[in-house]
Design a protein around this ligand. Structure first.
Ligand SMILES: Cc1cc2nc3c(=O)[nH]c(=O)nc-3n(C[C@H](O)[C@H](O)[C@H](O)COP(=O)(O)OP(=O)(O)OC[C@H]3O[C@@H](n4cnc5c(N)ncnc54)[C@H](O)[C@@H]3O)c2cc1C
Length: 391
């Protein structure tokens, strides 16, 4: 059976979110960028709408939705406010990690607060000397009695300035490469944790930055998953976040196309609407076609995940092409809107800056291509030695 339709419930959810996104998020999308703030009240509002707890089970305050439904949220919130879509993506990734791997007490403490939007939790893997090769991280977590002592620097971390806690990856066995990495939940108010924001080009309301860990004593109960298995256990979560990121970018790009189609139908040059020129309509059609194809690959990946089937290469393909084609579409829309779109009066310049961020975040095009090559060509032909980052 091949079925491309969403359920009635999913269509209703899409309608509600699209309305909310266009009426309540879009009018203020540029405001948070200009004011350089994380709109925590909207993060909570998304909690009320059930968007933060989609991948959190009902018994922990979430809605236990499937991955396809989560994708709908990423796409529709991405239309109105690209940056608030981090709430869909991060909370799904982190909700799954905590639910699948943390102790019962941690689940009870964190999951309801993540689902409601009361607490924001980030994920911290990248370091100054280890990004794509995430297995090369140098932060350490050394066990001393009933605590782990964490030292190191995490860099480029989303919600660094707004996060109440972070899932931090550190080496519990520095000799063992990827197989010596563990994950911990680390509240940002623990002594020795210091978060500093960056002056970023885009994604400004996300407050990306560095997290410095200076002799941070983390209770042993805060370990997530098994010691030394953090990497292999948690990496599977990126197969989900990459699909959601693809849809998040496509949401922003499709909204840009919708706005641009309206513009070219009403703006005239040489006595006729811009849309009557194929030099105008064909680029729109090209971007529409590309985005539509990536969108369906994303939903296919999410469907495979819902069925418990392998979807790593589908996810990697959406992650490398989704942000790239979305960025190209938004760029073209900006040009088709003429000089006004080059001002900060219109959202296009910000969408362009924002989407470029996710051409890097959660793994660049190259690392995702490496993931696909591993699968379709074979691991024996990969370009690196160790069992490396899937990031
Ligand atoms: C908006 C944004 C949000 C982010 N959020 C988070 C977060 O929440 N948590 C977190 O841990 N990190 C986060 N990051 C960091 C992100 O995951 C890393 O930037 C990314 O993995 C790349 O690492 P790097 O910047 O160190 O680049 P490098 O690894 O130094 O790579 C530099 C360039 O070389 C290429 N390259 C590297 N190795 C190879 C190879 N073997 N073959 C071919 N090309 C290669 C890369 O593709 C890239 O183009 C975020 C980054 C951004 C921009």
């Amino acid at each position: 059976m091949l079925n491309f339709s969403f359920t009635e419930e999913q269509e209703d959810f899409r309608k509600i979110l699209k309305k909310f996104s266009l009426e309540e998020l879009l009018p203020n999308y540029t405001k948070w960028d200009r004011e350089m703030v994380t709109p925590k009240h909207l993060w909570r509002k998304l909690g009320d709408l059930g968007v933060n707890g989609l991948r959190i089970p009902i018994e922990y305050g979430g809605s236990g939705a499937d991955c396809v439904t989560t994708g709908i949220a990423a796409e529709e919130i991405g239309r109105g406010d690209f940056n608030l879509t981090y709430a869909v993506m991060l909370n799904s990734l982190i909700g799954e990690i905590i639910n699948n791997h943390a102790r019962e007490e941690l689940k009870q403490e964190w999951l309801p607060q993540i689902a409601s939007g009361e607490k924001i939790v980030g994920i911290a893997i990248t370091e100054p000397a280890a990004g794509t090769d995430a297995g090369g991280i140098q932060s350490t977590a050394i066990r001393k009695g009933d605590v782990y002592v964490l030292n190191g620097e995490k860099s480029g971390i989303s919600v660094a300035t707004a996060g109440d806690a972070f899932i931090i990856f550190a080496k519990t066995n520095p000799e063992a490469g990827n197989r010596g990495i563990s994950a911990f939940i680390v509240p940002s108010d623990l002594p020795g944790v210091e978060c500093r924001g960056y002056e970023d080009m885009g994604n400004i309301p996300i407050g990306r930055g560095s997290i410095y860990l200076n002799d941070v004593e983390v209770p042993e109960e805060y370990l997530i998953g098994l010691e030394n298995k953090g990497f292999s256990q948690v990496m599977n979560g990126f197969d989900l976040s990459r699909l959601l990121i693809g849809l998040q970018c496509i949401g922003a790009a499709v909204q840009s196309l919708d706005e641009t189609i309206e513009h070219v139908k009403t703006r005239h040059s040489f006595g006729k609407p811009l849309a009557k020129n194929q030099g105008v309509s064909f680029p729109i059609v090209t971007h529409y076609t590309q985005l539509e194809m990536i969108k369906w690959q994303a939903y296919r990946g999410l469907w495979l995940r819902d069925q418990g089937l392998k979807h790593t290469k589908e996810s990697a393909s959406v992650k490398w092409l989704g942000p790239k084609c979305s960025q190209e579409a938004i760029h073209e829309c900006l040009l088709l809107n003429g000089h006004y779109a080059y001002t900060k009066e219109m959202p296009l310049e910000q969408r362009l800056r924002d989407v470029i961020g996710l051409e890097i975040g959660d793994g660049t095009a190259q690392v995702n291509q490496m993931v696909i090559a591993n699968d379709i060509i074979g691991k024996e032909f990969r370009s690196y030695e160790s069992a490396v980052s899937n990031k």
